[in-house]
Write a protein that binds this ligand. Structure first.
Ligand code: MRU
Length: 362
């Protein structure tokens, strides 16, 4: 069913096996899985214009914090190759235009701006148009490769926590499809399995965009990992029935205080986990940390009301009703048992453990 990916050679240092490759660079084009078509169709789309990458990020063709960071970095490479600039100043100016467009696509996940800033910094180091183009492409390919090795390290660290036979609840999709490959929260589950432990997963549907049913269930089934879907509203019940031993979710942004921005509903899951004394873990690479901002600085993306008013094309709410559709929420540090990174598992108090262990290259 799954096309084994022809650019695996690019990532040959990383044993991806049959894992899905979400976003890659191939012969001057950005190739990505069109996640809006999942789970019914596994389709790859190719882009040659940065403007189309911006649209793809906005319409969730590619989504998940690390994956949009890599897609945006590749978008900057397209911008550099699209540019007709005759000198470095003109090229940098064209790239600034692309930067602004790509940055405005989604406000909450920090990986987007992290990757864009690093690519711009790299571009400013080049002494000629060709040098800039080559420099940022090599750099973006490295960001993509590092994403996979980071997830593998993070997965291994997290797997140490997992006991044989656990049932892990996850929310949204923090898997292969949210990264270049392997995933963060689902990377922990993959690593636990690779170390010989039996692990089963309960995935929430994750309304309204259904990342849990469309994406998490799809990729876990693809890898032969036992997964059962529940409606978001069943989290309390399954926890009260002792059907969950641990929660692991991803993150879109982690602040220096340990506050975690992640898919809407994460906070509710964390509160429920606390009520039932189930350890609630966050899996996030260091690129997802934002040590500078305060809670009030972060924009929570508000998505189209149609996501709530309709299920597919069917209208499910009265005409004219008001809608709130925040795409992310904030889980406070006191609800989090640990934050799993590629370096270590951060323990509370997070102000101290983050300050001691997390340094960010910007
Ligand atoms: O709106 P999405 O699908 O981009 O939201 C994704 C999430 O909230 C993920 O949990 C997060 O990006 C972590 S991905 C490793």
């Amino acid at each position: 069913m799954i096309r084994l990916y022809h650019v695996l050679g690019r990532y040959k240092n990383y044993a991806l096996g049959n894992s899905l490759l979400t976003v890659s660079w191939e012969d001057g084009k950005v190739v990505m899985i069109d996640q809006t078509k999942l789970p019914t169709k596994l389709e790859y789309v190719k882009y040659t214009k940065y403007q189309d990458i911006a649209k793809a990020i906005k319409r969730l063709t590619v989504r998940g914090a690390p994956a949009i960071g890599v897609a945006a970095a590749f978008g900057m490479c397209l911008a550099a190759f699209q540019s007709k600039a005759g000198n470095t100043a003109e090229l940098l100016s064209d790239m600034e235009i692309a930067y602004t467009l790509l940055r405005a696509t989604r406000p909450t996940a920090v990986n987007l701006v992290w990757a864009l800033d690093l690519v711009m910094k790299k571009a400013r180091e080049g002494n000629s148009v060709d040098q800039i183009r080559k420099g940022i492409l090599d750099f973006s390919l490295k960001i993509a490769q590092d994403d996979v090795s980071t997830n593998k390290k993070l997965g291994k660290n997290g797997a140490e926590l997992i006991n044989d036979g656990e049932v892990i609840l996850t929310h949204c999709n923090a898997g292969s499809l949210a990264t270049v490959a392997y995933g963060t929260a689902l990377g922990v589950i993959r690593a636990a399995r690779e170390s010989g432990k039996e692990v089963r997963v309960i995935a929430t549907e994750t309304r309204p965009v259904m990342q849990g049913s469309r994406l998490t269930a799809f990729e876990l089934k693809h890898d032969g990992i036992d997964v059962r879907l529940i409606p978001d509203t069943a989290v309390g019940y399954v926890m009260s029935q002792k059907m969950v031993s641990r929660v692991i979710v991803g993150a879109d942004r982690v602040l220096r205080t340990g506050h975690v921005f992640n898919k809407i509903g994460t906070y509710q899951v964390a509160v429920m986990a606390s009520r039932h004394m189930i350890p609630f873990y966050v899996a996030a690479p260091i690129s997802t940390f934002d040590l500078e901002s305060d809670i009030g600085d972060i924009v929570i993306e508000e998505r189209d009301a149609k996501e709530i008013l309709q299920v597919g094309n069917r209208v499910v709410a009265p005409k004219g009703v008001g809608v709130l559709n925040p795409a992310f929420d904030i889980t406070p540090p006191e609800l989090i048992a640990g934050i799993i990174t590629e370096k270590c598992i951060l323990q509370p108090p997070y102000k101290n453990s983050i300050e001691k262990n997390i340094q960010i290259d910007r």
